[in-house]
Design a protein around this ligand. Structure first.
Ligand code: CA
Length: 227
């Protein structure tokens, strides 16, 4: 995993320095920016392997940046937020971030999450297409078609759909989905899965309304509906 490039965007120097130390010790190369308005040119020029993106930044905020980066790049993004209320707001928006971490955090946890996001993305793709009813998922092309039309999904949404399609008769708890998709299952991140599923449903619904392709199993989690 060494020699991968992590970009830290964080205006608090102390936090950035601690993260940088831990990440360098873990074998990553680290770049640090303390302003939002410097981010886009650097991402375009250096193509980092992962971005740790603070929400409140001078110049341009993390929400705006996340949206703008997604217009041209699928680089994994982990958002850093200072408060739980902020996290709730962020989760309600469809930003395409891969993960979220609340401050204050332990730098060890941040390193673990970064490794897990990178590991997940490095896993070899499935050789076969997964197909269920009007849905088909081609991992090598990173493409999902529904009724012949392409869905534009974030990496997490893609991961959830892949797990559900690969096991069409199984019910997955939120914790299981989180473990499969994010590579870990920390308590309290069930909400993240709910938000990803909600956004995924919205996108499917825009093409094929009223099908309820992802079914909520009350008190347990989610499964693929019979399609
Ligand atoms: Ca900040």
């Amino acid at each position: 995993m060494s020699n991968q490039n992590i970009l830290i965007v964080e205006d608090e120097g102390k936090i950035a320095q601690v993260l940088r130390d831990y990440l360098e010790k873990a074998g990553f190369r680290v770049a640090w920016l303390d302003r939002g308005d410097k981010v886009l040119p650097l991402v375009k020029q250096d193509s980092p392997d992962l971005i740790l993106l603070d929400l409140m930044l001078p110049g341009k905020d993390g929400l705006e940046l996340c949206r703008e980066i997604r217009k041209f790049s699928q680089v994994p993004i982990i958002m850093l937020t200072a408060r739980v209320e902020e996290l709730e707001r962020v989760l309600g928006l469809e930003l395409g971030a891969d993960d979220y971490i609340c401050k204050p955090f332990s730098p060890r946890e941040v390193v673990a999450r970064i490794k897990s996001v990178l590991r997940r993305l490095a896993a070899p793709p499935l050789q076969e297409k997964l197909v269920a009813g009007p849905l088909s998922l081609d991992e090598q092309r990173h493409q999902v078609l529904i009724a012949g039309r392409e869905l534009s999904l974030t990496p997490s949404e893609f991961g959830i759909l892949k797990v559900l399609l690969a096991h069409p008769h199984r019910v997955f708890s939120r914790g299981e989905l989180s473990a499969q998709v994010q590579g870990y299952n920390f308590e309290g991140y069930d909400r993240t899965i709910d938000t990803h599923v909600k956004n995924l449903r919205k996108k499917i619904d825009a093409i094929l309304p009223g099908q309820e392709i992802i079914k909520t199993v009350y008190g347990i989690g989610y499964k693929l509906n019979k399609v």
